[in-house]
Design a protein around this ligand. Structure first.
Ligand code: SF4
Ligand code: MG
Length: 330
């Protein structure tokens, strides 16, 4: 993450809010996610001009409109290529990508996997509500086999993707889960993800009160599971950090056992759903470190700082030079 704070005065939540009207449905989990992002940016005091949020298409795609930093509402499933491009061109940027489960794990699944291979230093937030909310509630890639949310005529014929396991298999070096209605936990998790030097994923369980009538706030809160002894609901979500689980890889010897432990934890779903950091490995080289080995001036002279035209607008780059460098000899 960016370490230098350029602001002269302390930024407040208000500095990260726009006046754009958030037209999500009443009670939508996207409100909590928006607030948690604004709280995280405030806590980290990230300069708005050096922070950028990209989004895909879907209800979550509106997030950049509400957060007063640089932002681009991109194309369906393509949030990661945009985010990667910005980070590669200007490694000084703090880059956040936000998108839905349909956007990132359906049409964007190829980008989800291949971004993992790069371990590029950015933060990816998946708003996981189990449906395609913007297009009226079809089953998304995370909806479980056999479930039928209210807009579906028949139960789901496809098995749900496990995003935590897929991220582990793809090479993400920070993988966490949080909950849209636990804004403080979500803010803390986003702060950890942004601070992580490498590719960070936060899966956010996001109730969609309009179309997902199964994974509701009441379902996450365990209101259908009353403890006969106390008469109180038994929440499904629990915090890994309160169980002694530690997903952080402290040395090379821990890398494989912690990976396996995270993969095991990733299977928990249903009556017990873990939140918090499943896995964090800072020992894997980031993409900027890999590029810097090949191009030692990459971080001091990245593409965004390079002159591409003279005062008259004529290009100063030379394709000839590049072709000479790439020439295969012998
Ligand atoms: Fe939120 Fe669902 Fe409404 Fe979309 S359809 S704004 S996800 S409640
Ligand atoms: Mg969705």
């Amino acid at each position: 993450m960016a370490t230098e704070t350029e602001a002269k005065t302390k930024l407040t939540m208000a500095d990260y809010r726009t006046t754009y009207f958030a037209d999500w449905c009443p009670g939508c989990g996207d409100f909590g996610i928006m607030t948690a992002v604004q709280m995280a940016l405030t806590e980290l005091q990230l300069p708005p001009h050096r922070t950028v949020i990209f989004s895909g298409i879907g209800c979550s795609g509106k997030t950049p409109h509400m957060i007063k930093v640089n932002g681009i509402h991109t194309l369906h499933g393509r949030v990661l290529p945009f985010a990667i491009g910005a980070k590669l061109a200007n490694p000084e940027l703090e880059v956040i990508a936000a998108g839905g489960d349909g956007d990132g794990l359906g049409i964007g699944a190829g980008h989800f996997v291949n971004t993992g291979r790069r371990n590029i230093d950015l933060t990816y937030l998946i708003h996981d509500n189990g449906v395609y909310g913007l297009t009226k509630g079809q089953a998304s890639p995370t909806l479980e086999l056999g479930l039928k949310v209210k807009a579906m005529p028949k139960p789901n014929l496809n098995a749900g993707i496990n995003p935590v396991a897929l991220a582990l298999a793809s090479g993400y070096t920070f993988i966490a889960r949080s909950y849209a209605y636990d804004v403080r936990h979500l803010k803390d998790t986003i702060v950890k993800a942004i601070k992580h030097h490498g590719l960070a994923l936060v899966i956010i369980q996001q109730p969609c009160p309009t179309y997902n009538d199964i994974n509701t706030k009441e379902w996450y809160g365990g209101e259908d599971r009353i403890d006969p002894k106390t008469g109180k609901p038994q929440p499904r979500l629990y915090k890994l950090e309160e169980t002694g689980y530690d997903g952080i890889v402290h040395n090379q010897e821990e890398a494989w056992p912690k990976y396996v432990a995270a993969l095991n934890k990733a299977q928990e779903w249903g009556d017990k759903i873990p939140m918090g950091v499943f896995y964090q490995n800072d020992l894997i080289p980031t993409f900027d470190e890999r590029i810097s080995k090949r191009i030692p001036t990459y971080l001091t002279n990245p593409p965004a700082k390079q002159l591409i035209s003279d005062a008259s607008g004529n290009p100063v780059t030379s394709v000839k030079k590049m072709l000479t460098e790439l020439k295969v000899t012998g």
